[in-house]
Design a protein around this ligand. Structure first.
Ligand code: 13P
Length: 236
């Protein structure tokens, strides 16, 4: 069964998130879909959604703390208020735009894994690395596992090549399967693909060898598209 996750990034309001969540939940219920579905709204839209019974709500980011003086960040005290026990760590936008180092990411990973959070841990290479070939790509990706306990039981991995994120350029099936099979040979964890997954290609990508599902940005922000992706992959 595929795992389907939506990363809202910096999109949707509290109101539209609420509508989205209710809509998806009703869809999963009324179609008796058992697929593992995750939604990562913005921090301001996190809430205790009574309607969420058929999928999991997670945080896109949080600091490695319970509380304290970390201006602009949230910690577990804020996540606990809404029963959030799932977090994205290592997303390329946090690495490359917000400047999170591997050391900081590893610290965050340790903190949240010690608390038993389900972690979706993201890895992926930028274009200049991809252009140097598979060997360099894998070298780069393996560096992103430094300090990470890849045996952690509550771990899902997501391979998201940076050049495929938000660009409309999806990795080819060969790109995906060669990286996925290499990672899978070292780490026996569910491995999602992310990077311009959309309604038209979700089934094909999720059906590839070594692909256990998709982490979706842009195409998941429209609820009808997100539901269609779930529908298209539910029998895998
Ligand atoms: P897009 O689906 O917009 O390419 O984003 C992928 C992503 O970064 C999901 O975390």
């Amino acid at each position: 069964m595929a795992i389907i996750a939506s990363n809202f990034k910096t999109n949707h309001t509290r109101k539209s998130t609420n509508d989205f969540i209710e809509n998806v939940n009703n869809f999963l219920l009324s179609n008796d879909i058992k697929e593992e579905v995750y939604v990562f709204p913005t921090a301001t839209s996190l809430d205790y959604f009574k309607t969420v019974s058929n999928f999991t709500l997670g945080a896109q980011n949080a600091y490695a703390t319970t509380n304290g003086s970390f201006t602009g960040e949230i910690g577990t005290e804020q996540l606990d208020e809404f029963g959030i026990k799932t977090i994205l760590i290592g997303h390329s936008e946090r690495r490359h735009i917000l400047g999170e180092s591997q050391e900081e990411i590893a610290k965050k990973f340790s903190f949240y894994s010690e608390l038993g959070y389900k972690i979706i841990y993201c890895i992926g290479e930028p274009l200049e690395v991809k252009e140097q070939g598979l060997e360099k790509t894998l070298e780069y990706v393996y560096e992103q596992f430094v300090g990470i306990d890849t045996n952690y039981e509550n771990l899902i991995l997501a391979y998201e090549p940076v050049w495929a994120i938000g660009t409309g350029v999806t990795a080819t099936n060969t790109d995906i399967t060669s990286v996925h099979s290499a990672i899978k040979s070292k780490i026996a964890k569910p491995l999602l693909y992310g990077g311009s997954v959309k309604v038209a290609n979700a089934h094909e990508i999720c059906a590839l060898d070594g692909v256990d599902g998709a982490l979706i940005g842009t195409a998941s922000w429209k609820v009808e598209d997100f539901k269609q992706i779930i529908e298209n992959t539910k029998d895998l």
